[in-house]
Design a protein around this ligand. Structure first.
Ligand code: ADP
Ligand code: F6P
Length: 322
């Protein structure tokens, strides 16, 4: 008898928790008697047919590792119809009856394209930006936040020893979630984000007032899309004479052993994705809603595009930053 087969891939920016999800997919599928093909390097592997059969041992010792052992990539060919058609044909040629695509908003668009070419796909939201709608948290966000607050804790030690202001740049080209949440969690003074206008002159005046009150060091978080960290630091220095230093956290944020939260989220997303595929529920994304896992049509996820930042979080940051 023909054995059912599904495939799994990781695409776009990698993040911690992708391995935990692939492991959960493999183990849940094998438990249901379904074979799993791991596609390498995201949609590139689909187009170029780079894949491996994943057994239960293939995912041993991966849970605690950041990044993705299947590797990830950006694949321009997948943006065009011929690439999408070829990817779908290759999957059909492999006898694959469904795909689980783990990635950010771009990867979910790729997933939707394959669904339109007749491949049932379940998307798993994975991006440290936490900008994917219909899920409270995406994979990798919690680990990235923990990475950032670890770095800021270290910087605060040296900042307070030298009466310095540190400008710390987080990732987030269009989304300030990481900068704001990390600022709240690490006791930062300001978070500058792309979603909200800010007045650097006013910030300088407030820093001066703080200094006069005896608070002589500060942390200014800046999301990468909200301004140039070095320019901001230079402005603060020129305006009020503070010694400033810059820390660009860059890709450090994306790596590292996943937090307990991301391991558990990956486990739940992976199993739910397999269950949805096997129930014939293609064309959906798994998401976390309060404490539950729910499915949302990929079409709706893509229509909404980017999740706006929650005003409650901004208010909390303003209250606690003063
Ligand atoms: P992320 O998934 O982290 O948001 P990208 O936006 O770079 O990262 O997308 C990852 C990959 O997903 C792209 O390189 C491309 O292969 C695919 N992709 C992105 N947008 C689309 C789209 N509109 N249609 C089809 N595939 C897409
Ligand atoms: O989308 C996730 C993300 O980490 C963004 O925050 C960041 O701007 C981008 O990816 C960096 O992409 P790359 O890995 O291509 O440098």
């Amino acid at each position: 008898m023909h054995q059912k087969r599904i495939a799994v891939l990781t695409s776009g920016g990698d993040c911690s928790g992708m391995n935990a999800t692939v492991r959960a997919v493999v183990r849940a599928a094998l438990e249901a008697g379904v074979e799993v093909i791991g596609i390498q390097k995201g949609y590139h592997g689909l187009i170029d047919r780079h894949y491996e059969v994943l057994g239960t041992r293939s995912v041993s010792n991966t849970l605690q590792r950041g990044g993705t052992f299947l590797q990830s990539a950006r694949c321009p060919q997948m943006m065009e119809e011929p690439g999408q058609r070829l990817a779908a044909e290759n999957l059909k040629g492999l006898g694959v009856e469904g795909l689980i695509a783990i990635g950010g908003d771009g990867s979910l668009r790729g997933a939707m394209a394959l669904q339109r070419f007749g491949i049932p796909v379940i998307g798993v939201p994975a991006s440290i930006d936490n900008d994917i709608p219909f899920t409270d948290m995406s994979l990798g966000v919690d680990t990235a936040l923990n990475n950032i607050i670890h770095a800021v804790d270290c910087l605060k030690d040296t900042a307070s020893s030298h009466d310095r202001t540190f400008v710390v740049e987080t990732m987030g080209r269009n989304c300030g979630y990481l900068a704001v949440m990390a600022s709240i969690a690490s006791g930062g003074e300001y978070a500058l984000i792309p979603e909200a206008p800010y007045d650097l002159d006013e910030i300088c005046k407030a820093l001066r007032r703080r200094y006069e009150e005896g608070r002589s060091n500060s942390i200014i978080m800046v999301a990468e899309g909200a301004g140039q960290a070095q320019e901001i630091a230079d402005t603060i220095k020129d305006s009020i004479g503070f010694e400033t230093r810059v820390m660009i956290l860059g890709h450090y944020q994306r790596g590292g052993s996943p937090s307990a939260f991301d391991r558990l989220l990956g486990a739940r997303f992976g199993v739910a994705a397999v269950e949805a595929l096997l129930a014939g529920d293609g064309g959906k994304m798994v998401g976390l809603s309060y404490a539950s896992i729910k499915l949302t049509p990929l079409e709706e996820v893509i229509k909404v595009g980017s999740k706006p930042i929650d005003n409650m979080i901004l208010k909390l940051a303003c209250t606690l930053g003063n």
